[in-house]
Design a protein around this ligand. Sequence first.
Ligand code: CDP
Ligand code: CDP
Length: 213
Amino acid sequence: MTVIAIDGPAASGKSSVARQLAERLGCVHVNSGALYRAVTWAVLNAGINPGDETAVAGFVHRLPVTMTASGGGAWIRVDGHDPEPYLRDQQVNAHVSTVSSYPEVRVLLTAILRGMGEGGDLVMEGRDIGSVVFPETPYKLYIDAQEEVRMARRAAQGEADSVRQRDKADSSRGSAPLQVPEGAVVIDNSELSAEETYAAVCAALAARGLAGL
Ligand code: CDP
Ligand code: CDP
Protein backbone atom coordinates (compact mmCIF):
# COMPACT_ATOMS: atom_id res chain seq x y z
CA MET A 1 0.00 0.00 0.00
CA THR A 2 1.27 3.48 -0.94
CA VAL A 3 0.09 6.49 1.07
CA ILE A 4 0.84 10.09 0.16
CA ALA A 5 0.34 12.20 3.27
CA ILE A 6 -0.39 15.90 2.79
CA ASP A 7 -0.59 18.18 5.81
CA GLY A 8 -0.75 21.92 6.25
CA PRO A 9 -2.81 24.83 7.60
CA ALA A 10 -6.21 25.99 6.32
CA ALA A 11 -6.48 27.10 2.68
CA SER A 12 -2.86 26.26 1.92
CA GLY A 13 -3.92 24.32 -1.18
CA LYS A 14 -3.97 20.74 0.19
CA SER A 15 -7.23 19.68 -1.47
CA SER A 16 -6.24 21.05 -4.88
CA VAL A 17 -2.99 19.07 -4.83
CA ALA A 18 -4.50 15.93 -3.28
CA ARG A 19 -7.32 15.77 -5.82
CA GLN A 20 -4.96 16.08 -8.81
CA LEU A 21 -2.47 13.58 -7.42
CA ALA A 22 -5.13 10.96 -6.75
CA GLU A 23 -6.58 11.41 -10.22
CA ARG A 24 -3.16 11.10 -11.83
CA LEU A 25 -2.20 8.03 -9.79
CA GLY A 26 -5.64 6.44 -10.06
CA CYS A 27 -5.99 6.07 -6.30
CA VAL A 28 -8.42 7.23 -3.63
CA HIS A 29 -8.45 10.82 -2.33
CA VAL A 30 -9.31 11.14 1.35
CA ASN A 31 -9.93 14.56 2.89
CA SER A 32 -9.64 13.75 6.58
CA GLY A 33 -10.88 17.23 7.49
CA ALA A 34 -14.27 16.25 6.05
CA LEU A 35 -14.53 13.51 8.70
CA TYR A 36 -13.76 15.96 11.53
CA ARG A 37 -16.26 18.38 10.00
CA ALA A 38 -18.94 15.68 9.70
CA VAL A 39 -18.65 14.75 13.36
CA THR A 40 -18.73 18.43 14.35
CA TRP A 41 -21.90 18.90 12.30
CA ALA A 42 -23.48 15.92 14.08
CA VAL A 43 -22.51 17.32 17.50
CA LEU A 44 -24.09 20.69 16.68
CA ASN A 45 -27.13 19.04 15.13
CA ALA A 46 -27.71 17.05 18.32
CA GLY A 47 -27.69 20.24 20.36
CA ILE A 48 -24.54 19.28 22.24
CA ASN A 49 -22.26 22.07 23.46
CA PRO A 50 -19.04 21.61 21.44
CA GLY A 51 -17.10 22.98 24.42
CA ASP A 52 -18.25 20.13 26.67
CA GLU A 53 -15.51 17.54 26.13
CA THR A 54 -17.18 14.77 28.13
CA ALA A 55 -20.51 15.18 26.34
CA VAL A 56 -18.87 15.38 22.91
CA ALA A 57 -16.64 12.35 23.53
CA GLY A 58 -19.59 10.27 24.77
CA PHE A 59 -21.75 11.28 21.82
CA VAL A 60 -19.07 10.61 19.18
CA HIS A 61 -18.32 7.25 20.77
CA ARG A 62 -21.92 6.15 20.10
CA LEU A 63 -22.21 7.88 16.71
CA PRO A 64 -22.47 5.52 13.71
CA VAL A 65 -19.98 7.18 11.35
CA THR A 66 -18.46 5.49 8.33
CA MET A 67 -16.12 6.38 5.48
CA THR A 68 -16.17 4.27 2.31
CA ALA A 69 -13.96 4.43 -0.79
CA SER A 70 -15.77 4.47 -4.11
CA GLY A 71 -14.98 5.90 -7.53
CA GLY A 72 -11.77 7.54 -6.34
CA GLY A 73 -13.51 9.39 -3.51
CA ALA A 74 -14.23 8.74 0.18
CA TRP A 75 -17.88 8.97 1.17
CA ILE A 76 -18.99 9.73 4.70
CA ARG A 77 -22.22 8.66 6.34
CA VAL A 78 -23.29 9.84 9.77
CA ASP A 79 -26.11 7.80 11.20
CA GLY A 80 -27.14 7.01 7.62
CA HIS A 81 -27.06 10.67 6.47
CA ASP A 82 -24.79 12.34 3.91
CA PRO A 83 -23.28 15.34 5.76
CA GLU A 84 -21.61 16.79 2.64
CA PRO A 85 -23.97 19.79 2.14
CA TYR A 86 -23.24 21.02 5.68
CA LEU A 87 -19.50 20.50 5.99
CA ARG A 88 -18.54 24.08 5.21
CA ASP A 89 -21.29 25.78 7.22
CA GLN A 90 -20.10 28.74 9.24
CA GLN A 91 -21.03 26.97 12.49
CA VAL A 92 -18.91 23.96 11.51
CA ASN A 93 -15.98 26.23 10.59
CA ALA A 94 -16.34 27.92 13.98
CA HIS A 95 -16.37 24.74 16.12
CA VAL A 96 -14.44 22.07 14.22
CA SER A 97 -11.09 22.87 15.85
CA THR A 98 -12.57 22.54 19.34
CA VAL A 99 -14.17 19.16 18.61
CA SER A 100 -10.95 18.01 16.87
CA SER A 101 -8.86 18.87 19.91
CA TYR A 102 -10.44 16.11 22.06
CA PRO A 103 -8.18 13.02 22.29
CA GLU A 104 -11.12 10.57 22.40
CA VAL A 105 -12.53 12.01 19.18
CA ARG A 106 -9.12 11.74 17.54
CA VAL A 107 -8.67 8.09 18.54
CA LEU A 108 -12.01 7.16 16.96
CA LEU A 109 -11.46 9.09 13.73
CA THR A 110 -7.82 8.06 13.36
CA ALA A 111 -8.95 4.41 13.39
CA ILE A 112 -11.43 5.14 10.57
CA LEU A 113 -8.75 6.95 8.56
CA ARG A 114 -6.21 4.14 9.01
CA GLY A 115 -8.87 1.68 7.89
CA MET A 116 -9.04 3.49 4.55
CA GLY A 117 -5.53 2.20 3.84
CA GLU A 118 -6.76 -1.39 3.82
CA GLY A 119 -8.52 -0.79 0.50
CA GLY A 120 -5.39 0.20 -1.48
CA ASP A 121 -3.32 3.26 -2.36
CA LEU A 122 -4.33 6.65 -0.98
CA VAL A 123 -3.70 10.35 -1.09
CA MET A 124 -4.79 11.62 2.33
CA GLU A 125 -4.79 15.26 3.43
CA GLY A 126 -5.22 16.77 6.88
CA ARG A 127 -3.28 18.00 9.89
CA ASP A 128 -1.69 14.87 11.37
CA ILE A 129 -1.52 12.42 8.45
CA GLY A 130 2.28 12.28 8.19
CA SER A 131 2.82 12.62 11.95
CA VAL A 132 0.14 10.31 13.44
CA VAL A 133 -2.14 8.53 10.96
CA PHE A 134 0.49 7.16 8.55
CA PRO A 135 3.88 8.13 10.07
CA GLU A 136 5.67 5.27 8.28
CA THR A 137 5.00 6.52 4.74
CA PRO A 138 8.04 7.93 2.90
CA TYR A 139 5.77 10.28 0.91
CA LYS A 140 5.05 13.22 3.21
CA LEU A 141 4.32 16.77 2.15
CA TYR A 142 3.64 19.89 4.18
CA ILE A 143 1.93 22.57 2.09
CA ASP A 144 2.14 26.08 3.52
CA ALA A 145 1.45 29.69 2.52
CA GLN A 146 1.54 33.02 4.32
CA GLU A 147 -1.46 33.67 6.54
CA GLU A 148 -2.70 36.73 4.59
CA VAL A 149 -2.55 34.75 1.35
CA ARG A 150 -4.56 31.90 2.84
CA MET A 151 -7.15 34.24 4.35
CA ALA A 152 -7.58 35.92 0.96
CA ARG A 153 -8.01 32.54 -0.74
CA ARG A 154 -10.74 31.46 1.67
CA ALA A 155 -12.51 34.82 1.35
CA ALA A 156 -12.35 34.51 -2.45
CA GLN A 157 -14.17 31.19 -2.07
CA GLY A 158 -16.97 33.17 -0.39
CA GLU A 159 -16.60 31.42 2.94
CA ALA A 160 -16.82 32.88 6.43
CA ASP A 161 -13.90 31.08 8.03
CA SER A 162 -11.69 32.18 10.91
CA VAL A 163 -8.56 30.72 9.36
CA ARG A 164 -6.25 32.39 11.88
CA GLN A 165 -8.07 31.09 14.98
CA ARG A 166 -8.39 27.60 13.52
CA ASP A 167 -4.67 27.42 12.70
CA LYS A 168 -3.78 28.64 16.17
CA ALA A 169 -6.02 26.08 17.85
CA ASP A 170 -4.87 23.24 15.57
CA SER A 171 -1.17 24.03 16.12
CA SER A 172 -1.35 24.47 19.89
CA ARG A 173 -3.52 21.50 20.94
CA GLY A 174 -1.93 18.75 22.98
CA SER A 175 -3.23 15.85 20.89
CA ALA A 176 -1.81 15.47 17.35
CA PRO A 177 -1.13 19.18 16.74
CA LEU A 178 -0.55 20.57 13.27
CA GLN A 179 3.21 20.42 12.72
CA VAL A 180 5.68 19.64 9.98
CA PRO A 181 5.92 15.83 10.16
CA GLU A 182 9.38 14.35 10.49
CA GLY A 183 10.80 13.80 7.02
CA ALA A 184 8.18 15.89 5.18
CA VAL A 185 9.00 18.04 2.16
CA VAL A 186 7.81 21.59 2.88
CA ILE A 187 6.38 23.57 -0.03
CA ASP A 188 5.42 27.22 0.50
CA ASN A 189 3.08 28.18 -2.32
CA SER A 190 2.40 31.81 -1.29
CA GLU A 191 3.69 32.92 -4.65
CA LEU A 192 2.80 29.84 -6.69
CA SER A 193 -0.33 29.11 -8.68
CA ALA A 194 -2.20 25.85 -8.11
CA GLU A 195 -0.54 24.45 -11.26
CA GLU A 196 2.94 25.46 -10.08
CA THR A 197 2.25 23.94 -6.68
CA TYR A 198 1.21 20.66 -8.26
CA ALA A 199 4.38 20.63 -10.38
CA ALA A 200 6.54 21.24 -7.28
CA VAL A 201 4.76 18.44 -5.42
CA CYS A 202 5.23 15.99 -8.31
CA ALA A 203 8.93 16.86 -8.51
CA ALA A 204 9.35 16.29 -4.76
CA LEU A 205 7.57 12.92 -4.85
CA ALA A 206 9.44 11.77 -7.95
CA ALA A 207 12.72 12.67 -6.21
CA ARG A 208 11.67 10.30 -3.41
CA GLY A 209 11.15 7.53 -5.91
CA LEU A 210 7.39 7.62 -6.43
CA ALA A 211 6.58 6.24 -9.87
CA GLY A 212 3.62 7.15 -12.07
CA LEU A 213 3.75 10.96 -12.02
O1 CDP B 1 -10.03 22.83 4.27
P1 CDP B 1 -9.33 23.32 5.51
O2 CDP B 1 -7.85 23.12 5.42
O3 CDP B 1 -9.69 24.68 5.91
O4 CDP B 1 -9.86 22.43 6.72
P2 CDP B 1 -10.10 20.86 6.80
O5 CDP B 1 -8.97 20.12 6.20
O6 CDP B 1 -11.46 20.59 6.28
O7 CDP B 1 -10.07 20.61 8.36
C1 CDP B 1 -11.04 21.18 9.23
C2 CDP B 1 -10.54 21.05 10.66
O8 CDP B 1 -10.54 19.66 11.01
C3 CDP B 1 -9.15 21.55 10.95
O9 CDP B 1 -9.09 22.94 11.21
C4 CDP B 1 -8.78 20.72 12.17
O10 CDP B 1 -9.29 21.28 13.35
C5 CDP B 1 -9.49 19.39 11.92
N1 CDP B 1 -8.62 18.35 11.39
C6 CDP B 1 -7.83 17.65 12.27
O11 CDP B 1 -7.81 17.97 13.45
N2 CDP B 1 -7.06 16.62 11.83
C7 CDP B 1 -7.05 16.27 10.55
N3 CDP B 1 -6.29 15.25 10.16
C8 CDP B 1 -7.84 16.98 9.63
C9 CDP B 1 -8.62 18.04 10.07
O1 CDP C 1 -7.44 22.14 1.14
P1 CDP C 1 -7.01 23.49 1.59
O2 CDP C 1 -7.96 24.14 2.53
O3 CDP C 1 -5.60 23.50 2.12
O4 CDP C 1 -6.94 24.43 0.28
P2 CDP C 1 -7.67 24.31 -1.14
O5 CDP C 1 -9.12 24.09 -0.94
O6 CDP C 1 -6.94 23.38 -2.04
O7 CDP C 1 -7.41 25.78 -1.72
C1 CDP C 1 -8.06 26.91 -1.18
C2 CDP C 1 -8.25 27.93 -2.32
O8 CDP C 1 -6.98 28.46 -2.69
C3 CDP C 1 -8.86 27.33 -3.59
O9 CDP C 1 -9.78 28.24 -4.15
C4 CDP C 1 -7.66 27.15 -4.50
O10 CDP C 1 -7.99 27.22 -5.87
C5 CDP C 1 -6.79 28.34 -4.09
N1 CDP C 1 -5.35 28.12 -4.32
C6 CDP C 1 -4.61 29.10 -4.97
O11 CDP C 1 -5.17 30.13 -5.35
N2 CDP C 1 -3.27 28.92 -5.21
C7 CDP C 1 -2.64 27.81 -4.79
N3 CDP C 1 -1.34 27.66 -5.03
C8 CDP C 1 -3.37 26.81 -4.12
C9 CDP C 1 -4.74 26.99 -3.88
